[in-house]
Design a protein around this ligand. Structure first.
Ligand code: COA
Length: 369
């Protein structure tokens, strides 16, 4: 069962207005610097971005970030995160620990009661030692810890892994953390995607039912799916360093074919959820809430309608996209964290993530008495 969740929200935000003003300044400067080539028809001018397009295409109005000023500086347009000495907690571990402390407090647990930590996220800041082991150490947890990455689906895949470990008797209390510094992999100069992501961290405690605190959520079933696609891709990696000629190309950041992702993923995810419900013997009308991955409001509207058989209300399928934007693996967990306490014992709902891979995960939960 899920005994509690936690959330760390970076204090700085960037509104669409601020984002578009900085992007358009970059466009103006670029077009001015390249005016001769543009006038001679050798180069196409860059096109400006617009707040109205962003809100209509995605539902995003603002995002939280860990390093605001450099992102908005048209000469930089990327976060600037100083490297820390090895003796200091890394940024991802720091964010994860903050979210974890909230989950622990809500469940009435001490760090020492944790016997496994999974750091599940899209963008790990280093290959090793695992961020999860650093979090384990910082919280005084026992047992073992490891990192895993299934892009935006990392949290639901980790919930299944944790539930399996608890079921097999390998752990009683598993802490999952999802620290996402998406601003580091976003190409802030790419008009098609510069508005998509934000930074955040979430935490989930998955525990044995026997030790469950009041108000916990039983995990009634999990179902995962992957299908290879190049339509969301990031080629950054240690081999780029070994072959530096392509190191700074845009494919070393987030790249997507947004339209194709939309078309492929909506049916893939709704079929996954409907198949999962059928296999569990639960009807869609029994679900009081869908906590969907937060990538795009239009996508969520379509998926929810296909699952529920009618247009979903905000109460049935809450969104946090307007204030958080897409926060990769953390999105559906933020929605769950912020919009689950009002439900009564016996209420059923579904946490669902989807993203690069492609990958998708469905977790059906019921609030315990
Ligand atoms: N400002 C203004 N106009 C823009 C723009 C911007 N920032 N970016 C693109 N446009 C323009 C395009 O040039 C295009 O113009 P045209 O019709 O004259 O050619 C038009 O808006 C439509 O662009 P398109 O890219 O087709 O938009 P879209 O409606 O598909 O929305 C996404 C783009 C990315 C929001 C949408 O495709 C999406 O959300 N896809 C799924 C993304 C996803 O979930 N990814 C998972 C990541 S984990």
């Amino acid at each position: 069962m899920i005994s509690a969740t936690g959330l760390y929200t970076p204090p700085e935000t960037i509104s669409n207005e601020e984002l578009v003003a900085s992007f358009n300044l970059h466009v103006e400067r670029h077009n001015h610097a390249h005016r001769e080539a543009i006038a001679a028809g050798r180069e196409a001018p860059l096109q400006p971005s617009s707040v109205a397009f962003i809100e209509k295409a995605s539902g995003i109005r603002s995002r939280h970030v860990v390093s605001k000023a450099p992102i908005l500086d048209p000469d930089i347009m990327a976060p600037r995160i100083p490297e820390r000495p090895n003796e200091e907690l890394s940024l991802l571990a720091e964010m994860a620990v903050d979210a974890a402390r909230e989950a622990l407090a809500r469940a009435g647990r001490q760090g020492s009661e944790i016997d496994a930590v999974i750091c599940a996220c899209s963008n790990l800041q280093r290959p090793y030692p695992a961020i999860a082991i650093e979090v384990q150490e910082a919280l005084g947890a026992g047992g073992f810890a490891f990192d895993m990455n299934v892009a935006c689906s990392s949290a639901t895949f980790a919930i299944q892994a944790a539930a399996d470990m608890v079921g097999a008797g390998h752990a009683r209390t598993v802490l999952i953390v999802n620290p996402e510094v998406c601003s580091g992999h976003l190409n802030w100069r790419d008009r098609d995607s510069h508005f998509i992501f934000g930074d955040v961290a979430t935490a989930i405690l998955v525990e044995e039912e026997r030790i469950a605190p009041e108000g916990h959520w039983q995990i009634l079933g999990t179902r995962l799916l992957t299908r290879f696609s190049n339509n969301i891709r990031n080629n950054f990696g240690f081999l780029n360093r070994a072959a530096p000629e392509g190191r700074d190309r845009p494919d070393k950041l987030f790249v997507q074919e947004g339209r194709r992702v939309f078309k492929d993923v909506v049916p893939m995810v709704s079929d996954l959820i409907l198949g999962h419900l059928a296999a569990t013997g639960i009807e869609a009308r029994q679900l009081q809430r869908l906590w969907l991955h937060q990538a795009n409001a239009n996508m969520n509207r379509l998926i929810a309608a296909r699952v529920l058989g009618h247009e979903a209300s905000e109460a049935e399928s809450p969104t946090v996209l307007d204030t958080y934007a897409n926060t990769s693996s953390a999105g559906s967990i933020i929605a769950f964290h912020k919009h689950s306490e009002d439900l009564e014992a016996g209420a059923m709902g579904l946490i669902c993530s989807f993203g690069a891979g492609y990958s998708a995960g469905s977790v059906i939960v019921r609030k315990a008495a």
